[in-house]
Design a protein around this ligand. Sequence first.
Ligand code: AMP
Length: 451
Amino acid sequence: MCGIIGAFGVKNAVELVIPGLTSLQHRGQESWGVLSYEGKDGERFHSHRARGFVGSEAETLSRVKGPVAIGHVRYGTSGGNNLRNAQPFFGETRFGGIGIAHNGNLINTEEIRDFHLQSGSIYQSTSDTEVFLHLLSQSKKETLRECLADSLQKVKGSFSLVVLTEGGTLIGVRDPRGFRPLSLAKKDGCYLLASETCVWNEIGAEFVREIEPGEMVVVTPHSLESSFPFKKEKHANCIFEQIYFARPDSLIDDLLVSSSRYRIGKILAKEAPVEADFVSPVPESGVASAEGFAKVSGLRLKRGLIRKRSYNARTFIQPSEALREDGARRKYCPDPGILSGKRVVFVDDSIVRGTTFRLLVEMAREAGATEVHLRIASPPFSHHCIYGIDTPSDEELLASKMDIEEIRKYLNADSLAFISLEGLHRAVGENNFPECSHFCNACFTGKYPVL
Ligand code: AMP
């Protein structure tokens, strides 16, 4: 779970990269960083890496200068949360300086790292991303592009990358299964790359197309060369990007995310109807699905819960259940004026540990709701993700140890239903599921496309 961006700017590229990163903030809030290339003379590369939310201090803008830059927001799935693991990573190689920013998660990092460490290499971080730089610098191929392609064939897992080279060329790559997104745009005649299309509105760029799974693009300000250096694999786009992770106004894998969520809600209402007085979304992630649910069920859509704007921290990764509960309690306010004496259906994107809903059901009852029904816009989340979505271990996932009735009792809800796997795939345009699919759904099925 990270966001990446690469840009050429008319003056300083970082003036596009930093606002772009703020649009990707939902993809990572642990740390952020930018790396620019100024030109052959002087220091050539400039960088800034910091913990927490993206900042736009004048000092960073003026110091990280140059016509081309890459940036990263991190939500760590590999390696600890310290500044050492903040990206972009940078190294000096026989091709000169190279910077890299990665979204995804590699599953054979330890093997590769151990091999390097045993042969005397020095690693500066504990992040999986650093193995790319080592593999690239040790490849025996001739050109930088060949070395990059060669090194990428040695890793297993998911990667969307932006790479900044000596001389100021940008390279964008998406792994052959296409787990994580990557999109291409143009501004002032120059190419740009970013994880999600929501960036383009923010910086006034024009969306060109998505980078295809297995594609590598080599971009100078006005030229683009595309190649497919990997063995062809069955595509496995992450279905959880559509359900929860991506911003609703982004287009990913040819689907507008908010429309996918709306269709999920419509199918959920058909699959699991309920008698109630109104539907309420759990903001923000349940909003589009709740709208779809309301449309098909004919129930009114009302906001029974308010999400406090001031509450910015992520409850999900708090280290203890008590802290997570406390966080969820501070994040939402039930509205008694809407809930009192009523039967409510809450729609949210997913149940992971169940912390959020256990508390919301209790709070809704305290606010006077007479019945609380839950409808979930994903199937039971039973397997942890190894391709870059930060999820707890299988033992902590409610759906790995309880059936639906047990979960309902645990959450103290009057009824509970999840969208079916087949219904979810239909909502993302796959009427022929399970015969064929281009999505990874391992979090619901345990069928991991690459191990
Ligand atoms: P839980 O309270 O553990 O059941 O978590 C479910 C809530 O966390 C849902 O409301 C989701 O919107 C949100 N969520 C789901 N997956 C993730 C994730 N990987 N990281 C952060 N939040 C998530």
